[in-house]
Design a binder for this molecule. Structure first.
Ligand SMILES: [Zn+2]
Ligand SMILES: [Zn+2]
Length: 344
């Protein structure tokens, strides 16, 4: 029996024949990176390969000295008889699924992905394979995203309500990806959009990468009292409302994340409101994505691993858990009657 095309090592997923790791968690000679989030990209590798559209984002995260090659989506690179190509994952700018082929065997590693439209990145593309490694962040039936136009309408309504009460809106969102998706989708005619420096840096890199975003400002660019009562202010979750912004009056807080589906979500984040806007696929979307690959064998990683593995097995797949040191236990969610939801 020949050795598997990819295997899990102490440093991450490794393709021995091709001589590369995919999203390794310790520095490697050659790291293929699905996207620049901290749980997928670490500093110190000798060479990085990532989607060309995400090269500047990864460079910002890995530092100016990192050696990063960009590969266009769909372009094939051959390393030692292994064909490697990257395909849009729809998660954040430059996020990709990695397709690895050798001797008629095809693996696809999804990285993080979503299928909902996002003006700031290329749309998710299903890729046929024999073995699919899928994430399962929201693989529980409680997670079912509303169309994003509805979520943006809720955010706009919240913004208008706060303006009527002279309150600023503090909206917490991950500084890479979610924040830019929000900026692109927000109606900038409602009022000024401000962002925390860490988000503003990323906005600038998105713009440099060719993504068009409405104007955003940092508070040190002359925020007035009149701005305050009309402003929507984007902050990364790691900072609290009083860090990095002068407080000029009343305000309301909210968090944008798929976890806001859970009733206790806003209280856990200590915000007034939650908006369930996610950069991951929901339960039904994960199932559809798995089916669209036509893969027989599915490895499940990151999220509701055991739950998703048993669901896939019940549907006839050879499903296995792919637990890595980066997988954290997801929150327990109340059992929902699955009959309420129709899935393929
Ligand atoms: Zn991610
Ligand atoms: Zn991730």
């Amino acid at each position: 029996m020949r050795s598997p095309l990819l295997r899990l090592t102490n440093s991450g997923l490794y393709c021995e024949q091709g001589g590369f790791y995919i999203d390794p968690w310790s520095p490697a000679a050659c790291a293929v990176v699905t996207h620049a989030h901290g749980d997928h990209a670490v500093k110190g590798s000798r060479r990085y390969l990532t989607a060309e559209s995400g090269r500047l984002v990864l460079q910002h995260r890995m530092g100016p000295r990192a050696h990063i090659d960009g590969l266009a989506y769909g372009e094939t690179r051959e390393q030692n008889g292994v064909k490697l190509s990257l395909h849009p994952a729809g998660h954040i700018l430059g996020s990709s699924q990695v397709r690895v082929e050798s001797r008629d065997e095809v693996w696809v590693i999804s990285g993080d992905y979503k299928v909902a439209p996002d003006a700031t990145c290329a749309a998710f593309e299903p890729v046929q394979c024999h073995t699919f490694i899928t994430e399962s962040t929201f693989a529980h039936p409680v997670f079912h995203w509303a169309p994003q136009v509805e979520t943006f309408a809720q955010i706009h309504e919240w913004w208008r309500e706060n303006q009527q009460q002279d309150k600023a809106c503090f909206l917490y969102a991950y500084s890479l990806g979610k924040a830019q998706r929000l900026v692109a989708g927000l109606d900038s005619t409602l009022g000024p959009i401000f962002s925390h420096t860490s988000i503003e840096e990323m906005n600038a890199i998105y713009r440099l990468s060719g993504v068009s975003l409405p104007e955003t400002r940092t508070p040190d660019s002359g925020m007035t009292g009149a701005d305050w009562s009309r402003a929507l202010i984007l902050l990364p979750p790691s900072v609290r409302w009083n860090v990095g912004f002068p407080i000029r009056g009343n305000f309301s807080t909210a968090f944008a994340s798929g976890w806001m589906t859970l009733p206790e979500g806003p209280a856990q984040r200590r915000v007034h409101r939650g908006f369930a806007l996610s950069d991951h696929a929901d339960y039904g979307e994960l199932l559809n994505a798995v089916a669209a690959t036509n893969a027989e064998r599915i490895f499940v990683t990151h999220g509701y691993i055991e739950e998703f593995v048993s669901l896939l097995r019940s549907r006839g797949y050879e499903a296995l858990s792919h637990r890595t040191p980066r997988c954290q236990s997801p929150p327990r969610v109340p059992e929902m009657r699955q009959t309420k939801l129709a899935f393929p």
